[in-house]
Design a protein around this ligand. Sequence first.
Ligand code: NAP
Length: 296
Amino acid sequence: MKRIITVFGATGAQGGSVAKALLEDGTFCVRAVTRDTCKPAAKKLKEAGAEVVAADMDNKESLEAALSQAYGAFVVTNFWEHFSKDKEITQGKHIVDLSKKLGLKHVVFSGLEDVKKLTGGKLEVLHFDGKGELEVYFRECGVPMTSVRLAYYYSNFLTFKPQKSKDGKTYELVLPMGNVPMDGISVEDLGPIVLNIFKSPSEYIGKDIGVSAEKLTVAEYAAIMSKVTGKTIIDAKISPEAYGKLPFPGAEELANMFKFYWMKPDRDPELTHKLNPKTKKFQQWFEENKDAYKDL
Ligand code: NAP
């Protein structure tokens, strides 16, 4: 009998990558969680060999069936669906409590630092802090857990594309990092990392792993974009304070995250490449996605 791993967020970016890697490898059975088993991503998971189950992190009863008989779980909570630290914590705690009750042997949790605690309250990053509190709660409850703390997704560069400068001649990359290198990763590379963590529990239980392909400055990201697109793309040199005032939902929250990135959180490209030797560096990812920048 293969051991079952329940994969939360299996229809999304992180969980989708994890489900794919586990299914391709075949060591574990994948139980994929979604709130809507009829959506196309859920159907695809079923076709690929996953058991697809309906559960909602807001509903503890629905989660128990999703976790029962499971050996382990990959857990990702989605702050950006509701923008609430409290809600994210409540959802995560439901899963921690059930993991304890049902005796799961290994949970890989998509965590992040509790910035508020680390900075003595000087800086709050709500979508980090809730995950940091959950990391502590997992451990206080004695659930065997590995936290994977992901760097900035490269796919964020598809949402936040370089902007045409005022003179219309160049493009500006609006990333408030000054000259401080920022870690990045293709979220599609997470799956094999999590698979290898599940395959070596004694090595990774109790650890927090900063997942990153490499660290580049804004100027370096822009230089790669320029080289691949043939356009002149430069650092907009925006401050985190000015970024926080940009007119889109979550700008201030992201500005606070960039302020934390200035403190160079512990991300480990060497371990990341050890866990997934095919992890793409930014240039490779950008070349593979250059069609999305055709209209620049
Ligand atoms: P995503 O692609 O938007 O997918 C979200 C997933 O969460 C979906 O599969 C969705 O499933 C599931 N989900 C949401 N609410 C649920 C609920 N109440 N019950 C059950 N499932 C639920 O998100 P993602 O990118 O994989 O993960 C988002 C998280 O990544 C955020 O918390 C963010 O802070 C973190 N993160 C992001 C970055 C970045 O650079 N973007 C970096 C590090 C960490 P259904 O809709 O099918 O039910």
